[in-house]
Design a protein around this ligand. Sequence first.
Ligand code: MSP
Length: 642
Amino acid sequence: MDKKFYVTTPIYYVNDKPHIGHAYTTILADVLARFHRSAGDKTFFLTGTDEHGQKVQRAAEKNNLGCQQHCDETVVRFQELWKTLGMTHDRFIRTTDAFHKEVVQKVLQDLFDRDLIYKAEYTGWYCVGCERFFTEKDLVDGKCPDCGRDVNEIVESNYFFRMSKYQDWLIKYIEEHPDFILPKFRANETLGFLRRPLEDLCISRPKSRLAWGIELPFDKDYVCYVWFDALLNYVSGVGYLQNEEDFKKWWPASCQLIGKDILTTHTVYWPTMLKAMDLPLPKTIFAHGWWLTGKTKMSKSLGNVVNPMDMIQRCGVDAFRYFLLAEMSPGSDASFTEEAFINRYNTDLANDLGNLASRALKMAVRNCNGVIPRPGNMQSEDTALLAMADAALVKMEESLANLALDKGIAAVLDVVRAGNRYFDAAAPWTLAKNGETERLNTVIYTVAEAMRRVAVLLDPVMPGKMKELRDMLGMDPELPATMESLHSKENVLSGRSVIDRGGLFMRIQLEDAAAEKGKKAGKKAEKPVNVVAPEELIDISEFAKVKLKTARVLTAERVEGADKLLKLSIEVGAEKRPLVAGVAQYYTPEEMVGKTIVIVANLKPAVIRGVESCGMLLAAKAGKRLALVTVEGDMPSGASIG
Ligand code: MSP
């Protein structure tokens, strides 16, 4: 793998709120950046916003705001969403940043001085939606060839970049560099476009028509065409003409991610601009497909745009990231439906991954005092499972190189499914009953080791949940989960104390309406899954050991330095005791006081964050929701429950 990795996303227009298409590209870039960091590569991840041009000016006018104020207000939506989604970009560039404007002006002046930009009268057809000029022969039935909307005829003096002179060079470059435009069929599309004569590019707009842009340094009556300004973010964002040392370190970019709709600007305008600037071209421009709603293009006018926040609230950030990456194959379009989302979540994450983790941890807690045992002699089925995990690492590395992350993820999920089958076949609960301790230890170790590898391989995709999983396996969750660690055969697990926190991924039910729709369409209803696996069944005497009681909350306060914890003082009959509960993100101290709750009264006291806790309160948890278990009617504290 490259030792340096510089990845970019398109910069997004600040004319509306971000949607799932924007989220996808940025998550893909984030996952690539995380993988490369974990492989030890020096990595830089750039994203940002495109803030000039007619689209933004119109949006500002519609909102009755000045353009800059509109940008300042809208950019926050992107920045906040990226924060929620756990993006690890190294820089967020805005094209209204002063340093960027300065770079654009320097480039324009230099090209003008070298006669690569000239002034001429121009007649063209302009599409406001696409912000692009077309010649008469470009039009399809008199409409914009890209979006099909009406175009306006415009005659005016403008400045032009001598793009045409690079046509032959560009064709040759694309033909000689098979990795420059990926997937390959997109390179063919660009070559098809280049079969017609390439014209010079109009890079100015008269201020009389559009004032919101970067002023041309050699003519104050014009601003720069928004695409010419925007594309330069990829070099200004890493120090071009400001910090040459940084720039040399990062440029040329390793991977520039774009959507298929902006192929021409990135594979024709951008390389010819770089050539004129005497700069090398990026190694790869990768054009992904579109997210469709069902089978239809997402569009505001159809009202079918998927808002990432809705899905995140429903199932959490990690599952959202996982779905987008697992579902889309490189280059092709993908379809988003709530049903597909929930089905994949329930199958891959709740049933397969969550289930394996929970079974392995429970066995370790119950049979090995919560410590991962040292394995005995490994048998062929044990080594086969770990060999599959090794193969998944190779697959993941390959899929990173050709940006087919869905394939790498599928290979990891194959390991998870094989892990569940291995567990069923090895039946550790029977081994425990028969006292076959050595074999039991080997099975528990093998599953835990497979889980550890899964937790590292999927860490860039689901950083939050995989950290949680490593924590449950007794690994230090703060230590980076490096790919490097998977190349070693060292046993790093035996002797570690596991924590079974349960429910890594809780199943979600399809909305009744959606289930109903499925039934009508003749689809099979979802198969009910067992709430409890056979090995988890306990007999009544085991349950009788747990003393559940009602308790009244007398006081409640936050635990300093722990945003999830509340310190309660509770009354259990005649007794008063302290209890620390992880409910601070769901209940305020004020809401807790006066409640009659249910506690495990015979839990050994523990000290949590320096605070003594005697007992544990019960609460129901589903996804991101939590509700306290309480009793009906007016029960006194100290009442037994059973
Ligand atoms: N500002 C330009 C990019 C300039 S880069 C120098 C732009 N902005 S955009 O906000 O309209 O789109 C940004 C990206 O989002 C594009 O790559 C576009 O393909 C992508 N998507 C917009 N809708 C999409 C889907 N429905 N699905 C997937 N990606 C899509 O273009």
